[in-house]
Design a protein around this ligand. Structure first.
Ligand code: 26W
Length: 814
């Protein structure tokens, strides 16, 4: 390494050096990819010293570490983030300029690692960013999927999935350590023996295994010289292939075992609510937690560390139930490998885990059939039974022999098939159980785990989610960041409550004008992106009304469609004069799980509505629908800063938290939303007058459900709603073919599980208020500024402080 690249000249030298020595090219014959790789190496080299230093400090003066166990990390592009964290972003831009290279082009070369589905994976990425920024020791553990979330394309308006081969050009951000491979066992049986003292000992005799190879990624803190580690595991065959079979001439059979092993980390499961109970998924889960626990115990603790005190050095945070098999794995290590007694091991284990639940939908709670678990992990199943026995004994001791309660609370469900309820196992094992927003945590106590709450009220707590201001404001919205820093200084980036200091600027006409210029700039940037990326044109003078999130019935993209179709229908039937309408572009972004029929039909409907509305001259360009395919973190970074209106319209009691809602508010969009998830807290923070609330409350939803909900009565009773649904049913958006959207229409009229029709009138009223408010430019801008000023609470730095205080009891290392 030459001189550290902290000057422009130094950066140029280092960059050219990397280009020559790593890529083997000179500047004049280098490709964009060569340049991107060389730039990445330049940043990496700079961060490397800090990474090694962070590791050395931890080794010499070990502090309690957070082991974040997550099957998903939706990281987004790394280059910009790592440059920002190292304070090199401006220097890099200038250095590249001097080399005649456009920085933006190199950034666009990076394929984002999409190793997650949505909210849960993105949350994990925000959390590890915050922990590094706050100097808290953390290792993120997960899976290095060879294929991340599928790339979404549209063919005739329908979603078609393409594999996401994000590694095809190699990733400059990972460091493989095959020499630290961990063997992970599967299958086989257990054997009991009795030692000379009469103690029973169990041995697991597995019948196959794979090798977990760690890949390390840097997680740099923001301008603080700390670099934590994200360690993702890749599965490899333990033997290249079976030589005996190979020698017998059957080459295909010989390599089959290898392919089989490598399947484990091949692909991310694209379902994010209905677990499929697939064997490969359980293999993935056990694979990465077994590797991670082994790694921590064998490599992060000094020789001879007394594992009775393990909780002084680690807290494993379970990101939903996906890593819960870590609980019996730690028990197995302590009991079978370290010779602990069961009770002693259980005491340690309970102190080492905490569990975050991210859902309320009953169908999203993972259960594993005992038959499958017993076949794949026979020893773990035994331990789960033993944990359950001890637990149910406690239940009986506390509540008397209430067998109904015992059956309700058992970790093992008997119907429809004997299986392990992973959320219950996590709750029993965890030192704490948390929901992800105030309302969600309350519902978790009252509705999902009431018996457990009664047994251990102190176990339950809330930590409201947050988002990292580094990626989602400072990087994604550079012009807003400059405006903020010019007004209140730069301290807000890692102390987001300081945005409060912006409040008085809402009254400052100059500032409001500058804020509007920022929005206009971001809209222009978005327009360019959508044009290049999707061939979509948007009108930059329109209000930008955005609904981006996974496609789910409970999130109610269909309610948004009903709003659009109603406006369209009102215009074409002459009841609404386009001249009186505020120009509006409605942007959707959403992937559907490949097997989720209703979600895929909804995508088709949105695309067909867009086609018809956008082409109809009667609309006079006042209403436009844009649905760019393949919504991902990279697109979010462009879309959110440009948005005026944020759609957060789930049925109350269904969205655990939402985090997109926070990103929009912090970028100065106003929310139209239900009293659901973190919307509740956003509204409390920004103030009622700066939030468009609509819809039933959660208790009202529960009441209506109990009384019996009849969507047909809403359809019959509301002319506009009837008109919109009839228009869709008539084939107006399906070339006259009434069958195409029949499943959606009949779902609305006969079931409508998420009560879109019940909230329709209230939603339309709220949209009318949006329409009127937007016309008052000054008032709207004030509200937007107040949204920013009052949303500092939603920084993931604050979430981390809450976890540290309530759950982890760790300390920043200073
Ligand atoms: C296939 C099984 C399965 C089930 C649930 C896979 C993935 C899930 C996730 C828990 C779904 C998820 O991402 N939940 C979201 O988590 C966010 C972060 O806490 C919340 O903001 C969202 O409200 C919640 O839907």
């Amino acid at each position: 390494m030459g001189t550290p690249p902290v000057t422009v000249d130094g950066f140029v030298r280092e960059f050219l050096h990397e280009l020559n020595s790593n890529q083997g090219v000179s500047l004049s014959n280098s490709s964009v990819n060569d340049q991107y790789m060389a730039l990445a190496s330049t940043v990496r080299n700079y961060l490397m010293a800090r990474w090694l230093e962070t590791e050395r400090l931890q080794r010499e003066n070990p502090h309690k570490t957070v082991g974040y166990l997550s099957a998903e990390y939706l990281l987004g592009r790394q280059l910009g983030n790592d440059l920002l964290s190292s304070g090199l972003i401006d220097i890099a831009e200038e250095a590249l300029n001097q080399c005649g290279i456009d920085f933006a082009v190199l950034r666009a070369q990076e394929v984002e690692p999409g190793l997650g589905n949505g909210g849960l994976g993105r949350l994990a990425a925000c959390f590890i960013d915050s922990l590094a920024t706050m100097n808290v020791p953390c290792i993120g553990y997960g899976i290095r999927y060879e294929y991340g979330i599928f790339r979404q394309t549209f063919v005739d308006g329908r979603q078609v999935e393409q594999p996401d081969s994000w590694l095809s050009l190699g990733s400059p951000w990972e460091f493989a350590h095959p020499e630290h491979g961990v063997q992970v066992n599967f299958g086989g049986h257990t054997e009991k023996t009795v030692d000379e003292n009469g103690n029973e000992k169990t041995t697991w005799v597995p019948d196959w295994n794979v090798l977990g190879v760690p890949y390390n990624y840097m997680v740099p803190g923001y301008l603080n010289g700390r670099v934590n580690t994200l360690r993702l595991w890749s599965a490899q065959a333990t033997k290249a292939f079976d030589l005996q079979i190979f020698n017998s001439g059957d080459y295909a059979d010989a390599v089959r075992a290898q392919t089989f092993a490598e399947n484990i980390s091949k692909v991310l499961y694209p379902e994010d609510s209905t677990p499929q109970g697939k064997e490969l998924r359980l293999q993935q889960q056990y694979f990465f937690v077994a590797c991670s626990l082994h790694d921590f115990i064998a490599n992060q603790l000094e020789e001879g560390f007394d594992l009775h005190k393990l909780d002084e050095r680690i807290i494993f945070q379970l990101n939903d139930t996906h890593p819960v098999i870590a609980v019996p794995e730690l028990m197995r290590i302590l009991v079978d490998e370290q010779g602990f007694g069961f009770d002693e091991a259980w005491e340690v284990t309970q102190k080492c885990f905490a569990y975050t639940c991210h859902t309320l939908l009953p169908e999203a709670l993972e259960v594993w059939p005992v038959s499958l678990l017993g076949r794949l992990l026979p020893r773990h199943l035994e331990l789960i039974y033993q944990i359950n026995d001890a637990f149910l004994e406690d239940v009986r001791a506390k509540f008397g022999n209430d067998e109904m309660r015992v059956r309700r609370m058992s970790i093992i469900a008997e119907h429809p098939e004997r299986s392990v309820r992973m959320a219950y196992l996590a709750t029993v094992a965890g030192s704490k159980v948390n929901g992800v927003a105030a309302l969600h945590s309350q519902l978790l106590r009252d509705k999902v785990l009431p018996d457990f709450n009664e047994m251990w009220p102190m176990k339950f707590t809330n930590v409201t989610n947050g988002i990292t201001p580094r990626r989602f404001i400072r990087l994604a919205n550079r012009s807003l960041s400059t405006l903020i820093s010019d007004s209140i200084g730069k301290g807000w980036v890692n102390d987001l409550e300081r945005l409060r200091e912006l409040e008085p600027y809402a009254e400052d006409a100059e500032f409001r004008k500058a804020f509007r210029e920022v929005k206009a700039f971001n809209k222009e940037r978005l327009a360019r992106t959508l044009e290049q990326r999707d061939g979509i044109q948007i009108d930059q003078n329109h209000m930008l009304d955005v609904m981006v999130k996974r496609l789910h019935e409970y999130k109610r993209q269909s309610l948004k469609v009903l709003h659009v179709v109603t406006l369209y229908n009102e215009i074409i039937s002459g009841r609404l004069d386009p001249a009186d309408v505020q120009g509006r572009t409605v942007v959707f972004g959403a992937k559907a799980a490949p097997g989720y029929k209703m979600a895929k039909d909804t995508i088709h409907l949105i695309n067909k509505v867009a086609e018809v509305v956008n082409a109809d001259e009667r609309v006079q360009g006042k209403l436009h629908v844009a649905f760019p395919a393949n919504y991902n973190v990279t697109l979010a970074e462009k879309l959110i800063p440009a948005a005026d209106l944020s759609e957060q319209i789930s049925l109350a009691g269904m969205e655990a938290s939402g985090t997109g809602n926070m990103k929009f508010a912090l970028n100065g969009a106003l929310t139209i939303g239900t009293d659901d998830g973190a919307n509740v807290e956003i509204r409390e923070h920004v103030g009622d007058e700066n939030f468009f609330l609509f819809g039933m409350t959660e208790p009202e939803v529960a009441d209506l459900g109990a009384k019996g909900y009849n969507p047909g009565s809403h359809y019959e009773g509301d002319e506009r709603l009837k008109g919109a649904i009839d228009l869709i049913a008539s084939g107006a958006f399906s070339d006259g073919d009434r069958r195409v959207f029949e499943p959606i229409v009949s779902n609305w009229l006969t079931s409508d599980r998420f009560m879109a029709l019940a909230d329709y009138a209230s939603y339309m009223d709220a949209q009318a208020k949006v329409e009127a408010s937007y016309a008052d430019e000054d008032a709207w801008t004030k509200s937007a500024i107040l949204n920013i000023a009052r949303s500092g609470f939603f920084s993931s730095d604050r979430s981390m402080k809450d976890y540290i205080r309530e759950i982890w009891h760790t300390m920043p290392v200073l």
